[in-house]
Design a binder for this molecule. Structure first.
Ligand code: PFF
Ligand code: NA
Length: 452
């Protein structure tokens, strides 16, 4: 078949791709979400289940997306279009790519507002605003932040500016440069924060909480939570891995690099748990808090710990860095698409950055002025979160699996993956029969048609 070439350039090396892709996957999901859902759902048993989901469902799909991107050498709509043509399939498959771009932009619009909370907390930690306060006082600090649209707007604008600036500079001078510096910094920060918490807090209790398997806590619902999180944390079903795969040099092994990315993602989640829980337990604070864990409970802990202001600021800095490199990955597919349609990259980044910024205003207002406005029983933020995470992601993921598993010729797949025969058969069988069932379960659960 014809060999396509990316018009956006390629990653300059395998290492550069690894860092950029790790930046894309390690995000709010690792630092904010994993610690609280693991704690709520059986600790070590959840970890085992989650690793199983990563292996059985996350890995095959991640490889499928990278392969699709590299073979199609373009943004999701373009890659789908090129492959549909090559494989003699219906061109309307390109619509899946468009859908993926829309999903990633919608996600970015609220991801940026949450990253804005991180920026505000970084500032508050540095100036000691919550030093020594009680947990209920800090609840008040958090709701006061959300009551101030201008304050949220300022951080959202700053964060979108940072993201747009990087994407407008392109693959090597933008995406890759930021990842080379800040992904290592992020991991160093997490390690330092983990060490600090281990020394200052109750590491024994934290390790027990995170790693001791409580099999009694497992049930169907927990399986669905673990599955859903496996997709989200690996940034699957949103086209970003297709876009990153489009810039992947031919000689890089998709299997090997996928294994490393999954390991890095899991490491980040565990380090984050180690950075959080020892402090929470040392302060006798509630561990099962849920989503408020890092914005109300954790600041209380830092507010009472030695050098807590400085380490608190570092924690929120890690959160912002993780969110930033993920936000870049969310903006890139759409921008690449516009560039393929003839727009200059800087202009394309400006246009889409502004659209996302504008959509973000709705999220901001839904926290305060419009908090009473409900759409289908949800606030705008709740609606977006549900629509993207529970509906669009599994649907797009399912379509990607069907396309790669059933529409692309085996010969093309083998050429791209370069697997030995046995490994290839295992991968293809899992992709054809196991992954789609898992995605379907997540989808049906989200639609309320099955209950775990
Ligand atoms: N994987 C990211 C996280 O764990 O926070 C979330 C995400 C980022 C999903 C980028 C999708 C994406 F394109
Ligand atoms: Na992640």
């Amino acid at each position: 078949m014809r060999r396509l070439k990316s018009i956006h350039g390629e990653w300059s090396s395998r290492g550069a791709f690894f860092l950029a892709a790790t930046g894309a996957v390690v995000g709010l999901g690792n630092i904010w979400k994993y610690p609280y859902i693991a704690g709520q759902n059986g600790g070590g048993a959840f970890l085992l289940l989650y690793l199983l989901c990563l292996l059985l469902v996350g890995m095959p799909l991640r490889m499928a997306e990278l392969l699709l991107g590299r073979r199609g050498r373009g943004s999701p709509p373009t890659a789908f279009h090129e492959l549909a043509v090559d494989e003699g399939r219906w061109r309307a498959w390109a619509a899946v790519g468009v859908f993926a771009v829309v999903a990633s932009l919608l996600i970015l619009s609220f991801y940026s507002v949450i990253a804005g909370w991180g920026l505000d907390y970084m500032w508050m930690s540095a100036v000691g605003s919550y030093r020594g306060q009680s947990e209920s006082a800090i609840q008040g600090v958090f709701s006061a932040l959300n009551d101030e649209p201008w304050r949220l707007l300022m951080w959202h604008t700053l964060f979108m500016g940072m993201t747009t600036a990087v994407v407008s500079r392109g693959v090597q001078r933008g995406l890759e440069r930021v990842a080379r510096v800040f992904v290592p910094v992020l991991f160093i920060l997490l390690a330092v924060l983990g060490l600090y918490a281990a020394v200052e807090g109750n590491i024994v209790k934290a390790v027990h909480y995170l790693f001791t398997p409580d099999f009694a806590a497992l049930n169907g619902k927990v399986v669905l939570i673990a599955l859903g999180h496996a997709f989200f944390t690996l940034s699957l079903g949103m086209g970003t891995m297709m876009a990153y795969g489009a810039y992947l040099p031919e000689d890089v092994s998709i299997l090997r690099v996928s294994v490393w990315i999954v390991l890095a993602d899991t490491l980040a989640a565990l380090l984050s748990g180690i950075a959080i829980y020892p402090l929470v337990f040392a302060g006798n604070l509630p561990a099962m808090q849920g989503p408020g864990l890092i914005f109300t409970v954790l600041p209380t802990a830092y507010g009472h710990a030695k050098y807590g202001d400085a380490f608190g600021a570092l924690f929120y800095m890690a959160l912002v860095l993780a969110a930033w490199t993920s936000a870049i990955a969310l903006l890139e597919p759409g921008v690449a698409w516009l560039v393929e349609r003839g727009m200059a990259r800087a202009k394309a980044a400006m246009v889409l950055g502004s659209v996302v910024w504008f959509l973000g205003l709705m999220t901001i207002l839904s926290f305060n002025i419009w908090s009473g406005v409900l759409i289908l029983g949800h606030s705008w933020f709740g609606l977006l979160d549900m629509l993207t995470g529970n509906l669009m992601l599994p649907v797009i993921g399912l379509l990607i699996v069907v396309f790669v598993g059933w529409m692309v010729a085996e010969r093309s797949l083998r050429q791209e993956l370069q697997f030995r025969r046995g490994v290839f058969r295992i991968w293809l069988s899992v992709l054809r029969y196991v992954t789609p069932v898992a995605m379907l379960l997540v989808l049906l659960n989200a639609l309320g048609l099955i209950r775990g």
